[in-house]
Every structure is written in structure tokens, then in C-alpha cells.
Design a binder for this molecule. Structure first.
Ligand code: ATP
Length: 909
């Protein structure tokens, strides 16, 4: 302990914090109400109270993962059978079986361990953050790092990171549905309470996991982690395992059915052998080995591994997956509803034109740098203090919460805060105003903040000779507050020039500018100071450009090619929205609908023509929910982007909720499945492509494994009928299944996206993994894979050659050919490029070498009961074993020729 460090407080989490005054709470928690805790205190408290997290399933230890590889019924039966064999004196077989099983476990372990690590890294990346005051400075930390006594700052959109006793809560409103089920927001306050039996009554506390929907606040952490109210509920419910994904569930069901079928086959093989008079224990071991080989127990695990590793890849492409099943759903997305500002555009807005009744001004200079100029178009002078333009710029500077940031090292000027306001601030600075100075000389008395329903903001300031009202916002909204318009010769009534103003605004909007109207009024000290948004003077319009993101247009094209409909939802003006949408290719012949029409349409059933609308303008966040639901009722799989608190319901309702990582609120992130760390629309499209790739990979793996297993079964089942009573020994079966089959199967997982992965329509989400001809493929190619070794075996045994080794080697080689061909469902290996999956090529070569070693290396010959093949025998075996490769390539060629609509061929369901 550091000398002089305050003793660790014994916070009693059961304390009735709500009946205390806030300073009493602060005192009990030994926190400085201004500076917060210092580093030493934080460290000590973290040791004492632990991490501010709800307990979750502890990560599995490597040993546990390794152990789990053996927790497989058939492996256990095999081990027992092996032990019995050993006891009967066949030690060699038992050792080989054990070695193969361990090797297989090692392969499984590596995969699962990687997947587990990927998942936990992902969890850390998506951990919520909290704003906290420590050592006098406000910093952002991961929420799990909070300790009792920390001073937390809350803003609208935050998820409350721990249980807090509120110190300040002016207009703070919190939605506590997560805790109490009450969906209406609760008004919070900071005074002491007399009673607080029920959680809902404790209005001076803010609870972990609840959402700040309005206002600001500050509070001190009184309970963290499992000691919070949310923690108590979680403890009551007990730990929940993460539920299986839909695909996992489907594959588990399928696995059980196949297992039952395989068991029947094994029983037949066993019974037939015994009836023929084979050794019972050998037949038993054979049947068990066959069961191990034929039962695809690993399928659900393969899904988890593919999804987890895929999620990890996506994270490096700026797409953080918050829920694993989302990776699966991504590939079937049919509609992407996206915000405009910041997602399709860069949100680096710049005012380019200013319009007043005196004419138009053009702003020059580079970016946000305040040294630019306001160049007069048809005006004789730069804005002079008394002109409308000068007043407009004053309003722009005052009715504004953004800040201009000077470049630190030769970079560009930037803005902090709302991009719209940043643009106006830069404009004011270019017009020669010093925003800092302006704000100092006109201190703000009151404000009516911006919200996306009102679409305007008004501030009131101290000014020489009275009070100044400064108002800015969407043109139609500001005009509601205006009675006159500033003109060179004084003021004119709005009625006379309204059409002129609207016409100009429309012209700007059509050109793709975001247009804001700016108005104000000096209320002389002699007049009664009523701070209402009325009777204002319109100074003019500011037109700002918001360039589309460079990758957006290509991403929209990619969407269309992939059969996905992009839909733009924005709060901006319909003409602006349409102009940008057209530039990006979102809008072609479809309709533009405004929020107001949406309200009417909703009554008449938006669902009926939702497919015809590409752009929704002047919408409120709540309307996003209507749009999601309308699309969903048409059977669409919808991805929806969002960033604000009000977007949460739509994000939850969408099949894939997508939150903005940079500008999004915690509430939006919590409600989403995917978080974009770069806020870029193109990233959503990339993620969809990745989702499709992952699904294709899983399908490929299933196809490969089941075909191989079927081949093994055919050999064992048909062997006796063609005079080969025991075509393969148990160790051969295990070797083929676990080694020559297992390694290439792994390498298939790193296959790149198919060239047409994003050029085909989305997969119907309910489509069976066996759709599109997979069953036929598995049975047909599996049969071929069984016939070739048997044919070789017949030839071998008739000509007195080592026929069993020939069958064994042929079956192994067939797998490798299959692995190469199965890389794509329709593209030939030539068009894919032979070496484009290097790991696969390497494993194929390596596995072939292993197989040859087993055939020619004397020690291995002894262990696996093989004999060396002559050059002729080996040559014939290898050439014949390329058959599956050729046949699958041929199948693909036929598929390409008779290209039918995907999703409609083959048995579904
Ligand atoms: P998108 O939905 O594409 O992201 P957006 O989020 O920018 O667009 P809103 O923020 O809801 O849309 O803005 C709607 C309208 O409100 C804008 O077109 C503009 O006219 C006005 N507006 C935007 N920001 C402000 C602000 N800070 N102050 C006043 N008015 C604003």
C-alpha cells in the first residue's frame, strides 16, 4: 500500500443510497466531487470490488477444450473397444487407434482454441464504454473498469454503466424497461428520497443497463458488476449458455439422423461379418471404426468455428459482430436500409453558398480552415456588420455547439461536434468572425436544443442593447418562426417573398446541398423578454455540401449485383436526399417518400408498396421501425443502420441491426448485431459478402465430409458382395477419416469468396443446407468414391496383388481429388486458379506424402498393416483415383451450362 493512500472503503451495496443526500453519498464513497478518484484509489477498489461486469460463462481453458475433443460417444466406444483389443493381446492396433484419435483431437483443438480466442477478443472489442471523471479530467474508459466511487457523466444515448447515485440530473430521462419492464421513460432527480421500496421509486439512482433517452446527468457509482440491480437479476436467472445458432440447430438435427442411419449400417456390417464367420472382436472394432468415420458429429462445432473465425476476419474489415448468429443471417440479407449522413456520405460538411435577399455569396478557402474567404457573387462588398449575410454568419456562430480544431502537425483543420454545426462555424470564421470571441461577447442565456422532430434549434444570448435570439434549422421549420425577411432596404414581410425563399432552397436541394435557414432577432432591453421562437427575421440560407463516401457508389452497385435493395432513410430534405441518392445509384426509377406521407401511408398499409420506394426523406427515427416492419412483412431480410437512442427499436426489429461505431450511441450499439467501426456503408456490403463466404464454406465442408463418409460406407457395405469380405481394417478406416479426410477439410475453410459470391441473389434464409443438389451430389459422388476402390480391390485380389493396400490408398487419394474439386460449386478449378488456396494445395501434397509413407515405410507398414505397392499398382491406383475429381469438375460444367435459378433446384426444406 502506498503510504497515505486512503483506506479502502467498505461500501455496503445494500445501503439505501436513495435516502441520503448526494453529498452524504459522496462522503461515504470517499470521492472528490470535482476531481473524482485517482489512479491509486481506482486500483485498490478494483482489487476489492472486481470488474464491473456481469458474470458470464468463464472462458474454457485449453485443457478443457482439448478434453472436449474426446467427449464424443463414438470416440469413447472406440476407446473401450481399443482397450478390449489391447487386453486381448492386439496391443499394436490399440496403440495406432489411440495415436490417430489423439492426432484428430489435436486438429480439433487447434481450431476450437482459435475460435474461442477470436470470440473473446471480439467481446473485448464490443465492450461498452463510459465517461468518467478521474483526477479532475473526463476520460472514456471501458465500462468494466468502473469502480464504486467513480464519477460518471451521462448523456442521452448512453447505457448507464453501473448503479449510480445521481449528483446532477437536469432533465435526465431514463428508460428502465431492461430492469422494471416499464417502457415509459422515468424522470430522474438528484435530491434525497423518503421512500424507495421499489426499484422504480428510486428516482435519484440510475441503474446499470438502463438507457438514457434524454438530457444529461452526473452520478457516483454506488454498485458495480454483480452487486448492481441488474447483477442481482442476472444472478437469479443463473448463467445462460449462448444459444445455438439456427444453422447449428439444423445441423445437430441432421447429425442425429445421419448418426442413426450410420449405426444401422454399422450393425449390418457387423452382423454380416459375424455370420460369415469373421472374428467377433475384429468385426466389432471394424463396426465401431466405421461408426466413428460415418457419424458427422463435428458438424455443429464446424459451424461455431467458421462463424467465430469469420467474425474475427470481419473485425479487421471494420465490422464488429456482436451476436454470432448474425454472421449466418448476413448472407441472406435482401434489403439494406441506411442513413444518408455519415454512412453514405462523409459527414464532412462545408458551407459552399450563402443566399440572402441581397444575392448569393460563395465561400472559398480550403476545408474548415478559418482563413478562407466569403466571395461576393453579385454583391459589391464582403459582408459588412449590418448586412443580412453578416447577421446570418453571427447566428451561424452563436447557435452552435461545435468547435474548430486547429491542425496539430501540418494536417487539416477539423471540427468537433455535429457536422452540420461544424460547417456553419467554419463559414462564420471564413466570414471574418472569431467564434471564440463571439461566444464570449454574446454569452448564452438559454437554448431550445435541436431534435430531429423539430428540425431546428434556437439559442438566446446577451447582446449589446438587449437579447439576441439565434435560430437555425430546416427551411420549412425555421419559416414557422419567421415573420419578416432581411433585405438590403430593410425588412420585408415573409408573405411577399416566401416563394422566392422556398424556390431558392429547392434549387439548392436539387443540386444536392443540405440547406439550413438562419434567422434571428435583437430583442431590445425595453421590450418584454419573452424567449419564444416567433417573430424572427430570416437572414438567409446556407447551402452545404456533404460529399458521398468514395466507396459508397461502388458498394451500392455491389448491392444491386448481389440482389440486395439499398434503401436510403434520412432526416434531410427530399430533394437533397434524391439528388444524393441518384448520384450514388440508390435511386433510379423508384419513389421518394417523406415522413409525413409515411404517416398517412401507414394507415393504408405501407407494406403494399414498400418495394417501390428507394428514398425516405424528412423521416423521424421512429419511422424506421415502420419501414423495417413493412419490409419484413414482405418476407425480406432487412439490415438497418442507426446511431441514436430512437433508432434502437428499429435496430432490434431488423434482422441485422447495424450501429455506427464512431458516432453511434451506446444504446444503438447494444441494440445491434453489427457495429461498424468506420461508419461506412461499404462495410455493411463487405460484411454481407463475408457472411455469404462463410455460409458457402460451411456448405462446402458439409458436402466434402459427407461425400467422403458415404464413400467409406459404400466400400464397407458392398465389399462382401464383390468377394472382398473385409475391404478395410479398422485402422484404415480411422486413418482415412481422421487424417486424409480431416486435414484437407480444414484447409477448405480458408477458401476465398467465390467469384460470383456477390453476383447472385441472396440465399433464402430457410433454405436447407442441402438445397441446390447437395443430396444428389453426396450420394452419387459418394457411390463413385466407393466403386473405384472396390474395382481396384477386385482387380488386385484376382491378380494376387496387395489389394487391401490398394483400396486403402485409392480411398485416401480420392478424398484429395474431391477436396480440390469441391472448392467451388460451379467454377472449375482452372477458373478459380489452381494455387489460389495454397493451404489446401499444401495439405493435399502433405497428406499424399503421409499416405505414401504409410504404404512404403516399414515401421508404418507394420503398424497399419499395409504392403508396398509396385510402380504399376501405385500408378493405376493414383490415376483411377482422380476419377472423382474429373466427375465433380464435369458436374460443375453441366451446372454452369444449365444454370438454373439458385435456390429453386434440389430438394429444399
Ligand atoms: P440522416 O438521417 O441521413 O443521418 P440527419 O441525421 O442529418 O440525416 P437530422 O439530423 O434528423 O438528419 O436532420 C434533419 C434536418 O434537420 C436537416 O436536414 C437540417 O435541416 C436540420 N438540422 C440538422 N442538424 C441540425 C442542427 N444541429 N441544428 C439545426 N438544424 C439541424
Amino acid at each position: 500500500l502506498i503510504a497515505g493512500a486512503p483506506p479502502v472503503i467498505e461500501v455496503d451495496v445494500d445501503r439505501t443510497w436513495w435516502i441520503l443526500e448526494s453529498d452524504e453519498a459522496i462522503a461515504l464513497l470517499e470521492t472528490d466531487p470535482k476531481r473524482g478518484l485517482d489512479a491509486t484509489q481506482v486500483e485498490l477498489r478494483r482489487q476489492r470490488f472486481g470488474s464491473n461486469e456481469l458474470e458470464r460463462e468463464p472462458a474454457r481453458s485449453p485443457w478443457l477444450i482439448f478434453g472436449a475433443q474426446f467427449a464424443n460417444t463414438m470416440i469413447v466406444v472406440l476407446a473401450v473397444a481399443g482397450a478390449i483389443t489391447a487386453a486381448l493381446g492386439e496391443v499394436k492396433d490399440a496403440v495406432v487407434i489411440a495415436a490417430i484419435v489423439v492426432l484428430n483431437a489435436a486438429i480439433g483443438f487447434v481450431q476450437e482454441f482459435r475460435a474461442e480466442r477470436a470470440m473473446s477478443a471480439l467481446r473485448d472489442m464490443t465492450a461498452p464504454t463510459a465517461r468518467v471523471v478521474r483526477e479532475g479530467r473526463q476520460i472514456t474508459v471501458p465500462a468494466p473498469e468502473l469502480v464504486p466511487g467513480d464519477l460518471v457523466v451521462l448523456e442521452a444515448g448512453d447505457v448507464v454503466p453501473a448503479d449510480l447515485r445521481l449528483l446532477e440530473a437536469p432533465n435526465l430521462r431514463v428508460n428502465e424497461a431492461a430492469l422494471t419492464g416499464e417502457s415509459l421513460p422515468v424522470d430522474k432527480q438528484s435530491g434525497a428520497l423518503a421512500a424507495g421500496e421499489l426499484v422504480a421509486e428510486r428516482t435519484n439512482l440510475a441503474f446499470k443497463g438502463t438507457a438514457v433517452v434524454y438530457g444529461r446527468g452526473r452520478g457516483v457509482v454506488v454498485a458495480s458488476g454483480m452487486a448492481t440491480e441488474l447483477g442481482r437479476i442476472a444472478a437469479l436467472l443463473g448463467q445462460q449458455r449462448s444459444p445455438a445458432t439456427p444453422l447449428q440447430r439444423r445441423l445437430a438435427v441432421l447429425g442425429r439422423r445421419l448418426a442413426a442411419a450410420a449405426l444401422v449400417v454399422c450393425v449390418v456390417v457387423f452382423a454380416a461379418g459375424v455370420l460369415r464367420g469373421e472374428d467377433v472382436s475384429l468385426m466389432f472394432l471394424t463396426a465401431v471404426s466405421l461408426a466413428v468415420a460415418a457419424i458427422p458429429e463435428a458438424l455443429p462445432a464446424v459451424v461455431t468455428i467458421s462463424l467465430a473465425l469469420g467474425a474475427q476476419r470481419m473485425a479487421s474489415a471494420h465490422a464488429l459482430i456482436r451476436r454470432l448468429p448474425a454472421v449466418e443471417t448476413l448472407g441472406s440479407v435482401t434489403v439494406i436500409c441506411t442513413d444518408k449522413t455519415g454512412t453514405l456520405t462523409e459527414a464532412k460538411m462545408l458551407v459552399e453558398r450563402i443566399w440572402t435577399l441581397a444575392g448569393e455569396l460563395e465561400l472559398t478557402g480550403s476545408g474548415f480552415e478559418p482563413s478562407g474567404q466569403v466571395r461576393a457573387g453579385d454583391l459589391p462588398h464582403l459582408p459588412e456588420p449590418e448586412t443580412a449575410a453578416a447577421r446570418l454568419l453571427t447566428v451561424a456562430g452563436l447557435c452552435n455547439d461545435a468547435a474548430l480544431i486547429a491542425p496539430s502537425d501540418g494536417g487539416d483543420w477539423s471540427v468537433a461536434g455535429d457536422p452540420t454545426e461544424g460547417a456553419l462555424l467554419a463559414a462564420a470564421a471564413k466570414g471574418g468572425l472569431d467564434p471564440e470571441n463571439l461566444r464570449r461577447t454574446h454569452s448564452r442565456i438559454e437554448e431550445l436544443p435541436f431534435d430531429s422532430a423539430r428540425r431546428r434549434m434556437t439559442t438566446f444570448h446577451q447582446a449589446p442593447g438587449g437579447e439576441l435570439a439565434a435560430c437555425k434549422g430546416a427551411v420549412e421549420s425555421v419559416l414557422d418562426t419567421v415573420s419578416t425577411v432581411a433585405a438590403p432596404d430593410g425588412e420585408r414581410p415573409l408573405v411577399g417573398v416566401r416563394d422566392l425563399v422556398l424556390g431558392q432552397a429547392d434549387a439548392y436541394s436539387q443540386a444536392g446541398y443540405r440547406v439550413l435557414a438562419l434567422a434571428g432577432r435583437l430583442i431590445p432591453a425595453s421590450e418584454p423578454q419573452d424567449r419564444a421562437e416567433q417573430g424572427l427575421v430570416l437572414y438567409g440560407l446556407a447551402a452545404m455540401a456533404d460529399p458521398p463516401r468514395p466507396a459508397a457508389q461502388r458498394a451500392v452497385e455491389a448491392c444491386r449485383r448481389a440482389g440486395i435493395t439499398p434503401v436510403m432513410i434520412t432526416g434531410d430534405h427530399p430533394a437533397t436526399a434524391a439528388a444524393i441518392a441518384r448520384r450514388l445509384g440508390v435511386l433510379d426509377h423508384e419513389e421518394v417518400v417523406t415522413g409525413a406521407t409515411l404517416v398517412e401511408e401507414h394507415a393504408r398499409g405501407l407494406a403494399d408498396h414498400v418495394e417501390r420506394v428507394a428514398v425516405y426523406a424528412r423521416t423521424s427515427p421512429e419511422q424506421k421501425l415502420d419501414i423495417v416492419q413493412a419490409w419484413k412483412s414482405r418476407g425480406a431480410i432487412v439490415a438497418m443502420t442507426g446511431d441514436g437512442v430512437n433508432d434502437a427499436p428499429a435496430l432490434l426489429a431488423a434482422d441485422i441491426g447495424v450501429a455506427m461505431g464512431a458516432v453511434g450511441t451506446e444504446v444503438a450499439k447494444e441494440a445491434s448485431d453489427l457495429v461498424l467501426t468506420d461508419d461506412d456503408f461499404a462495410t455493411v456490403v463487405t460484411a454481407v459478402g463475408e457472411g455469404r463466404r462463410i455460409y458457402d464454406n460451411i456448405r462446402r465442408f458439409v458436402r466434402y465430409t459427407l461425400t467422403s463418409n458415404t464413400g467409406e460406407i459404400w466400400v464397407m457395405l458392398l465389399g462382401p458382395f464383390v468377394g472382398l469380405p473385409l475391404p478395410l481394417l479398422p485402422v484404415h478406416i480411422l486413418w482415412i477419416n481422421l487424417v486424409t479426410d480431416g486435414l484437407p477439410g480444414l484447409a477448405l475453410g480458408v477458401e476465398k469468396a467465390e467469384p460470383d459470391g456477390m453476383r447472385r441473389p441472396p440465399r433464402p434464409p430457410a433454405e436447407s443446407i442441402f438445397a441446390r443438389g447437395m443430396w444428389q451430389h453426396v450420394l452419387g459422388v459418394g457411390l463413385l468414391m466407393g466403386m473405384i476402390p472396390l474395382a481396384l480391390g477386385i482387380w488386385g485380389s484376382a491378380t494376387d496383388r496387395p489389394w487391401q493396400t490398394m483400396i486403402f490408398t485409392s480411398l485416401a487419394a480420392l478424398q484429395l481429388g474431391n477436396a480440390l474439386a469441391v472448392r467451388s460449386e460451379r467454377h472449375s478449378i482452372r477458373s478459380l486458379g489452381f494455387a489460389t488456396n495454397r493451404p489446401l494445395l499444401a495439405t493435399v501434397v502433405f497428406t499424399l506424402a503421409l499416405q505414401l509413407a504409410v504404404v512404403y515405410w516399414p515401421t508404418a507398414q507394420g503398424l497399419l498393416t499395409t504392403e508396398a505397392l509396385s510402380a504399376l499398382e501405385l500408378g493405376v491406383v493414383l490415376v483411377a483415383s482422380t476419377a472423382v475429381f474429373w466427375v465433380v469438375e464435369l458436374e460443375k460444367a453441366i451446372r454452369r451450362r444449365f444454370r438454373s435459378r439458385p435456390g429453386t433446384e434440389g430438394p429444399g426444406g
